[in-house]
Design a protein around this ligand. Structure first.
Ligand SMILES: Cc1cc2nc3c(=O)[nH]c(=O)nc-3n(C[C@H](O)[C@H](O)[C@H](O)COP(=O)(O)O)c2cc1C
Length: 306
């Protein structure tokens, strides 16, 4: 059998295959470890971490909808020290690359979290969440204006040498100025997309279903939107793209790579079938074999337009 090269370099994050999991849909890895051999993943991306512990939003904070879910978890987490002491020893023992999703309510807080994680064994890179629609301060406030975003990325860049990957918001008129802003500010890769602002109303009570009233849509329904944004981003990106949004199998993952992504993340599908990401890896390999390709890198940006 031909040896197919599935490895990718996501802006300095070296992955043995192009598949990770999307932040917030896979806990800190350990929650899924009895169900999935997490060492088979290209990387584990953990739930959003800020400097201090954070309770997130009150319940209810998610609702199932046709084609996906709307959530407003609100970035509940143990804070950076809690994360390092409670979860990193397990992940280090597994030997899998770890991408830590970080956020803050100020530029300084993002930089403090990044600096604290810089020398922690096992951390391979930082995903900067500048696009969460579910918190009042921070999150999306940094991701919807290119110059605000550029200032944030520059500040975090000066605080760490870890690979830095801002995660862009989908709800902007044009993604390209954001791509340029982060790559000119020292980002090593770009993740996209986060959830799309959304709302669900209970028609009997006529109240919003989520305590936060509004949330973010994820799952199969958002996939074509994400493909368009990844393709748009690829027009101007000189750094690798990590694509996510509605992957349910290898077909959507391959579509993302053809549009220009170097790697992909499986999100909401983990709640339906926790082994989706491993199935996606196996099916990407089969696709490459049946299409006579030697490496997954051949897929990236291979879209045919004429
Ligand atoms: C329950 C839930 C929690 C999430 N938490 C985070 C988070 O902490 N940080 C973040 O950047 N994105 C978070 N996201 C967004 C996902 O990482 C991903 O970008 C989005 O869900 C699109 O991918 P999908 O359609 O495959 O789920 C969350 C999504 C869901 C559904």
């Amino acid at each position: 059998m031909n040896k197919i090269d599935l490895s990718v370099n996501l802006g300095g994050i070296r992955m043995k295959n192009p598949v990770t999991v999307a932040s917030g849909t896979f806990g800190y890895g350990c929650e899924y470890a009895d169900l999935v051999d997490i060492t088979q993943l290209g990387a584990v991306t953990v739930k959003g971490i800020r400097f201090v512990p954070w309770p997130g939003n009150p319940l209810p904070r998610h609702a199932e909808v046709p084609g996906g879910m709307v959530n407003a978890i609100g970035l509940q987490g143990p804070g950076v020290e809690g994360f390092i002491s409670q979860y990193m020893p397990f992940l280090v023992a597994k030997g899998v690359p770890v991408i830590v999703n970080i956020w803050g309510t100020s530029v300084d807080e993002y930089a403090e979290v990044a600096a604290r994680l810089s020398d922690v064994e096992g951390v391979s890179g930082l995903e900067l969440n500048v696009s969460c629609p579910n918190v009042k301060e921070g999150g999306n406030a940094f991701g919807t204006d290119p110059s605000t975003l550029a200032a944030l990325v520059k500040r975090v860049r000066s605080a760490t040498r870890l690979p830095l990957m801002p995660k862009l918001a989908p709800n902007v008129p044009d993604i390209k100025p954001f791509v340029r802003a982060v790559q000119e500010s020292g980002a090593d890769a770009i993740a996209l997309i986060n959830t799309i602002p959304a709302m669900v109303i209970d028609i009997e009570s006529r109240r919003p279903v989520l305590s936060n009233k509004v949330g973010g849509l994820s799952g199969a329904a958002i996939h074509p939107v994400a493909v368009k944004l990844v393709w748009d981003a690829a027009q101007v990106a000189q750094i690798p793209l990590l694509a996510m949004g509605g992957i349910t199998g290898a077909e959507q993952a391959i579509e993302f790579m053809i549009a220009g992504a170097t790697a992909v993340a499986v999100g909401t599908a983990n709640f339906i079938d926790p082994s989706t990401s491993l199935r996606v890896i196996a099916e990407i390999r089969s696709y490459l074999e049946s299409h006579n390709m030697q490496s997954v890198a051949e897929l990236t940006g291979s879209i045919v337009l004429e």
